[in-house]
Design a protein around this ligand. Structure first.
Ligand code: ZN
Length: 298
């Protein structure tokens, strides 16, 4: 199932996409006398099993009447599935050996973590602002993002996927000139508009193995990154175990699992994003996250 957050006629809601029709689940639940369902997708993820079974019942009741009860996907504006995560977006750096190597780093012995400020999340088709007052070195990083379902602490790796709601695509937009020489990565990773996520969350039932997915990124149609998530150094399970040993993971937390080789700064000559560019991040079984790059409007 593909879960979306969307806007239509100035109203925000959430639901699922079936055969290019969007089902507004809270509205449909009210209509068929089930529910209520939470007002937003984060609330749904937080609500757990009971809300999930309500949603399943509403979807089943709607399946034979999609044309009647669904809205064409093209008639809504998709937003980031979780526009404001409950905490900073948790990221793992250097989780593909070829990407570590292209940046001159050895293969890490333990995961390297950093975060991206949660208020910079944007959705599919939303513009990434290349603000030359702030950075001259705006870069891309396609990543598989894990959306936490059930939270918890001390989650063992072998049970970690039970705590996953689903997966989405994240472009870890990075200002390389702010990332270097500052003793930390937070600044260069927390640009306004620097965290595109989407276009939807695919639930884990549709991604039985998160470590067997083709992953790619194109700029203006030219492939810059292309790898497979089996090449991750630290698995999703290991990362969840490692993080949850230190602090509780919460429903709706987003964990970006690192990027493969092919980022702009390591290319010869280096390449950076400019206004007018179009970036497409794609992961098998999930979809394409597309964002234009624009100049600041002020
Ligand atoms: Zn990254």
């Amino acid at each position: 199932m593909r879960y979306v957050t969307f806007e239509r006629d100035g109203r925000r809601s959430w639901g699922v996409v079936l055969d290019d029709r969007v089902l507004d689940l809270p509205a449909l639940a009210a209509r068929v006398g089930r529910g209520p369902l939470p007002d937003d997708l984060l609330g749904f993820v937080q609500a757990g099993d009971e809300a999930a079974s309500t949603a399943r019942a509403v979807i089943e009741a709607s399946r034979s009447r999609l044309l009647e009860v669904g809205v064409p996907l093209a008639a809504v504006r998709l937003l980031a599935p979780i526009p404001r995560p409950p905490k900073n977006v948790i990221c793992i750096g250097l989780n593909y050996e070829d990407h570590a190597a292209e940046g001159g780093h050895p293969r890490p012995e333990a995961p390297v973590y950093f975060t991206k400020a949660a208020n910079n999340v944007i959705g599919p088709e939303a513009p990434v602002v290349a603000d030359h007052r702030v950075t001259q070195k705006l870069d891309w990083e396609v990543e598989l993002a894990v959306v936490v379902g059930r939270g918890g602490r001390f989650i063992p790796a072998e049970r970690a996927l039970d705590h996953v709601f689903g997966y989405t695509v994240l472009n870890d937009i990075s200002a390389r000139d702010l990332q270097r020489g500052r003793g930390q990565w937070f600044l260069g990773k927390s640009l306004a508009t620097g965290c595109p996520i989407g276009p939807w969350i695919v639930d884990k039932e549709e991604v039985p193995d998160p470590h067997a997915l083709e992953i790619a990124l194109r700029v203006n149609g030219v492939t810059k990154q292309h790898a497979n998530t089996r090449l991750m150094i630290f698995s999703v399970g290991y990362i969840i175990q490692d993080l949850s040993a230190v602090f509780p993971l919460e429903p709706g937390d987003i964990i970006a699992t690192g990027t493969p080789a092919g980022v702009g700064f390591a290319r010869k000559p280096p390449e950076f994003l400019q206004p007018g560019d179009l970036v497409e991040a794609e992961i098998e079984r999930i979809g394409v996250l597309r964002n234009p790059v624009v100049a600041p409007s002020e």
